[in-house]
Design a protein around this ligand. Sequence first.
Ligand SMILES: [Zn+2]
Length: 425
Amino acid sequence: MKILIKNAFIVTCDGRIIKNGYIVITEDIITEVSDGEPPKDVPYDRIMDAGRMMVMPGLVNSHTHTSMTLFRNYGGGLGLEDWLHKKIFPAEKKLRDMDIYHGTMLAAVEMIKSGTTAFADMYLDADQMAMAVIDSGLRANICQLPIDPLGTGSSPVRGFYAKWGDGRYPRIKPYVLVHSAYLYGEDQLMLSAETAKELGIGIHTHLLETRSEYLEGIKKYGIDNAMEMEKCGIFDVPVIAAHCVHVTDEDISILKRYNVNVAHNPTSNLKLGSGVAPVHQMMEAGINVCLGTDGTASNNTLDMFEEIKLAAMLQKGINRDARLMTSEQVLQMATLNGAKALGFDYDLGAIRKGAKADIIMIDIDKPHFTPLNDPMEALVYCAHGSDVDTVIADGMILMEKRQLLSLDEEKILREIDSIAKRVIS
Ligand SMILES: [Zn+2]
């Protein structure tokens, strides 16, 4: 399949803006990006006209729990500990059969409709999540537990890796799930690190999300949770560390030293009353900071454009400096930086020759984009997920003119209604 996107206003997210150009996709790869008119004598299977649209890389959601769509708008007004223990954990006990698959499919509908083409997912049944990723056409880093919580002695992530890893499914990247240093003990942390090293994969974890996590960590380990993770070898492998709200200066230098990828989740951190991560300081230190929505139970949507705008504004506000967090930097957090964090071994997250063809088109023929003036500013401060018109992932058209082509939206919504009735009662 050879696709031509012409008349395109392209924001490549690796430093270029092409005001009138074209993109050629051959199978799953971007094979040409150029300004001007495309050569006329080439046969294409599809020609897409991107006039009145902005074209950019698909967004990368670097930390989410997709199936928590099932718990959307449930348990509001609680802090992290009460919310988890009183609402979420009891509801999760009622999940069965293919509930997680359906929850992920709902998330896939929402993500495609708001421009996300890749994500890092952490939840219960990784096989069901992987099936939904394959069926929806998206791309995901999916983590799984190193040890069976039921005490059978088996290692779920080893089974998951054997089935989905090693390049068998190029759109899926298995990682080891380390929920956090507050739910895990030292032995579990060390075993998780060993497992990741043996499999040659990375770890996805939560880190220093709340002030009480910071204080409890010091009580439990004598050092804070970032230092404890370093001590247990967690940072010896590639890591996505979600939140990092309550990191000290010393933690920041540890995260930098080990090239830990920090997933910033501004909406979730505000909604759960956790605080604001020192993103500007982490970026100044040279840490790869990317963006996530967290689960929809604490957000309550998967619209990455909301995170983009909030991430920019929060750092300007708390640091009292409007020059911080340029639009280009924030867009890169949501694309290139996220792609780097997900750990795929191919080029992803920018519109450039040789990169995977994950591309979104945003309809800018609307009052809230007019006049456009600065295109990056427009994408950060004016765009909503609902402005996304067309989505291509891995060279496949998943949505065109806001019509989903890979998923049956109506059927998925009705399935979720019936699951939600059972689990939240
Ligand atoms: Zn989370």
